[in-house]
Design a protein around this ligand. Sequence first.
Ligand code: HXC
Length: 265
Amino acid sequence: MKSVFVDGILEGKSALITGGGSGIGAGIAARLAAQGAKVTLVGRTLEKLERVAGEIKAAGGTARAASADVRDYAALEAVIAGHAEAFGGLDILVNSAAGNFLAPASTLSANGFRAVIDIDLCGTFNASRAAFAHLAKAGGCVVSVTATQATIPTPLQCHAGAAKAGIEKLTRDLALEWGGSKIRVNAIAPGPIEGTEGMSRLAPGDVADGLKRRVPLGRYGTIDEIAEAVLYLVSPAAAYVTGATLLVDGGTSLIGAGPFLELMG
Ligand code: HXC
């Protein structure tokens, strides 16, 4: 998909993307880089990050890979400092790292619940907090990836739903506190997006068929469509937008838990 934005809109900017080694995070990184941003991809598996960085470079962009677990604040601080040193600062933070699996709340272990809260919610706080001074210097912005499950009760997803709801609340709190530092803080809530690990894990077989039929726009979204919406949020077009969660879900949240209810048996 060709961007609707003027080419080079992020020239002179840099962005760090957690969860940049695959799926939505990788797509966002590629789109920001294609618009001129120098990007650092952060995740647990260096090999995946390097593969995406290689693709971005092959397309003419500037990218580096830095491995860190978003649950490890000190490691994040180090990769953010490395980014700022390599690229002369940090303008854009995208929080896309997420963990998830289908599990009934009645059998989910406390550690399983905590693992997802730690990755999604604490990881988002950790990266945002570690990036604060750099973003304040640049008058930068944060975009965090949530999900429609943040507001729509969805079976077998209480851990991820609670984490994503927490991120949306954190987004509003940080936007309030950090507006004075000229930092905008927003979130984006994708619906079902094709070609992601999340969709293959979370909507198996029959559920996927039923879901696709009932999405008001009649199809799954694409990673490109999420990346383009993030591009809007980090661009000057959104200069007066902060504390918002932008739904990019083809209307999926309008139908409630819908097809996911089949997962309850
Ligand atoms: C039940 C599970 C489980 C499963 C892990 N656990 N997988 N419980 N069902 N399928 C439990 C483990 O038993 C353990 O608890 C605890 O979680 C930690 O597991 P570990 O494997 O030790 O932890 P870790 O290596 O940190 O991995 C955590 C992980 C991660 C969350 C499972 O590997 C992961 O999610 N990977 C997938 C990444 C992914 O798909 N990302 C896209 C997400 S899609 P015990 O008690 O046994 O010690 C997305 C869309 C959002 O976010 C839509 C919904 C809101």
